[in-house]
Design a protein around this ligand. Structure first.
Ligand SMILES: [Zn+2]
Length: 74
């Protein structure tokens, strides 16, 4: 007899854009430039060389996902 603890459910695999988003969000949380805020708590949106490639990757993956949805709808 098997129990749920012996057979943990598989984690739902992330799509490429979700993975890219997680990497981007993860960077923004840890990075001092990306998480810098002013006295009112607004994000200063400082330029960050580390964020740029992650953001580009996310945008590209998102566009691909959107294009795939577009194709499957047609
Ligand atoms: Zn950053």
């Amino acid at each position: 007899m098997s129990s749920i603890t012996e057979n943990p459910p598989q984690a739902i695999p992330l799509t490429p854009w979700q993975e890219a988003f997680v990497r981007l969000a993860d960077h923004c949380i840890r990075c001092p430039e990306c998480s810098a805020v002013d006295a009112k708590g607004w994000n200063l949106n400082l330029p960050c060389a580390g964020r740029d490639p992650l953001q580009a990757e996310y945008r590209q993956a998102w566009r691909q996902a959107a294009a795939t949805r577009e194709r499957s709808r047609a």
